[in-house]
Design a protein around this ligand. Sequence first.
Ligand code: ATP
Length: 745
Amino acid sequence: MPTVLSKGTAIGAVSIFTLWYNYTIHKRVSKKLHDASKLHPSASRPNLSAWRSVAPDEQDRIFDRDAPPFLNPSNRGKPLRQLLAIMRILVPSWRSKEMFLIVLHTTFLIIRTWLSVIIAELDGKIVKHLVRGQGKKFLAGLVSWFAISVPATYTNSMIKYLENKLSIAFRTRLTRYVHDLYLSDNMTFHKLLLPGTSSCLSNPDQYIATDIARFCSALSSVFSSVGKPVLDMLTFHIQLIRGIGGYGTASMFLIYLATIKLLRKCSPPLGKLAESEANLEGELRSSHSRLITNSEEVAFYNGHTRESESLTRSLDKLITHASYVAKVKIPRVFLEDFAIKYTWSAVGYILCAIPFVMDPSINAGQRMQRFTTNKRLMTNLGDAGGRLMYSLKEMMELGGKTARVYDLVSMLHYLRKYDGRCPSSSVRVYEDYDGIRLTNVNVCTPESGGVKVAANSISSSGHSSSSNEFAAGSDSECDTVGNEDGSNSGDDSSSDGTTATSTMLVEGLNWHVKPNEHWLITGPNGAGKTAVMRVVSGLWSPAVVSATKRYSNGAVRQPLLSSSSSSSTSIMCTIEKPEASDIMYIPQRAYLPIGTLRDQVIYPHTHAEMRDNGVTDNDLMKILTKVHLSYLPRREGGWDVCKEWKDVFSGGEKQRMSLARVLYHQPRFAFLDECTSAVSADVEDDLYSQIKKAGITLITISHRPFALQKHHQKLLTLGCGDNEPTGLSGALRRYIAIDQKEGKK
Ligand SMILES: Nc1ncnc2c1ncn2[C@@H]1O[C@H](COP(=O)(O)OP(=O)(O)OP(=O)(O)O)[C@@H](O)[C@H]1O
């Protein structure tokens, strides 16, 4: 009895220590976060970003060891390797918080196993005293039983608590890591949704918001569901060897192995099924998001029936899949129950009974004590074995969840590394030029299937190719591909037979914008006006033009122009422009971020940055006056009011707000893409004058050249052949640059 009590005291001491530790640490961390949040809004973010704690290049190397599985299916089916790669993010060092939680969690698992052994022994002793009629000892046994129950219950709740903590810690670190990649400087969030990539990784929101959470929760519970039963089984087996002998435990092990083999044979591919289910859930979620985003348009069209059909279709697919999964699991569930609950228990009884049959000299009391202890150990053992079997299922499902997260992270790494702005040796971007100059630039739509092709070139060579991000698999050594006749279907076939399709919008564009030389870009719908803006901003990669009028998004060979050389060069396409911050791009659809009225004017600056720049609310008021929005702060109730601004502002107000942003940021060049189409003519005139007065060089994209030409000196017309505007399909897009003053081409 004293042994039991001293063990109980030791466990109680450990429990009290962890209680105290948890309480003080929690208080300290909360205070730190509270203090930090008072300094700066972004300071509330603890420095947990694995992006910084694990060198990104090192992670690139890990994730690029082979092409990611969505690009190269042969990389599928390696969940352990994928899990280890992700673990580098989750537990970046031995001294990390996650490591501490894992160690603490394991400690409590060991304590619980130890307690189970103590309880089994105590159980046997209590029954023995009862059978022998030893009342005092029986009561003392009961007191010990209650004494041990306090640390035992505390241990159980700590295990659950630490499991949740671990899951939250994993999720925080992984989501931060993914956010850093997703919102990195090269606009990965945008590239991810371009055609060609979206087919590989649709619904990134589902991956980030749901799949990461599920993966982290599954991973942290695996520590308990696998670690604990393994530990239990080892401990109980050692204990049982004393009770039922080596042959008994050996027989139990053999039965476990046989059950595992049988269950594996009868199991459906649970990992793959879990992965497909997550995909279908993502589809349903994105159908709902689309409806939420476009609710007004759908309502105007009375499109609810049509939308309901599409939602029901997504739901049906998910339900059909879920029903299928439930059906294919039946044989496994049946076998699992039969083997674990019934067969194992029967075998346990037999193994417990054998020692007494073999040794009839044991008296009734001892027999009862040993049988009770062995039976409890056997029950615990069976329970642990059962949990291990169930956790095999969880592990298979974890494989599917791991694959989803690995797909996401490797895709983001892929885009981060290979999607630099114009990384191709044949496309040069200079950012120290006092103007914007494009030389021989082909403006093409992104290739669908382009990522797939590019990634194959990576996997075959084992390192990055220099072709641009949506490029066909050609590297600088390959021959130019394209249509001899200069037709606009820039097809290119990769080695695996994948066809990358891209459309040439503007060929060999030579365009020079000097400071204070205001340009108007015009042309029919779909001619590529916005595409030119995308290429200058780096959202789309420019392609190169060759002397033979062929084109390729990869590098091309071109004979050197000097007569002395018969060799070739591939450098021929350049974009020169000022620092990125000196050019501002205002898209067709006005974007109104979540936040205050002030945030609408200063976006993407924060209020703190605005103050750092010495700008006051009075200055903002002057800007709003210039764009004819001075009434807004009064109407909306001040600068600090937060609303869903896209529903509050009219179409014209949204566009004027975009121009207010231009006046706030004062860039040297501003691309304005149809951003005054909803503004009345007199106000439009004034807005252009205000922007020009602020010293900003205008590059305006518009269908209405006559209304706006007085504010511009130069005209770039896209979508025209040599004489007349052409139809858009099939014909090669050309351009005409006109100096309006001189009236020459
Ligand atoms: N992400 C994309 N992937 C593939 N093709 C695209 C993509 N975005 C636009 N395109 C195509 O590129 C062509 C040019 O688009 P762009 O937006 O530049 O036209 P635009 O001249 O600005 O037309 P509009 O006057 O209608 O705004 C269009 O045919 C369009 O379908």
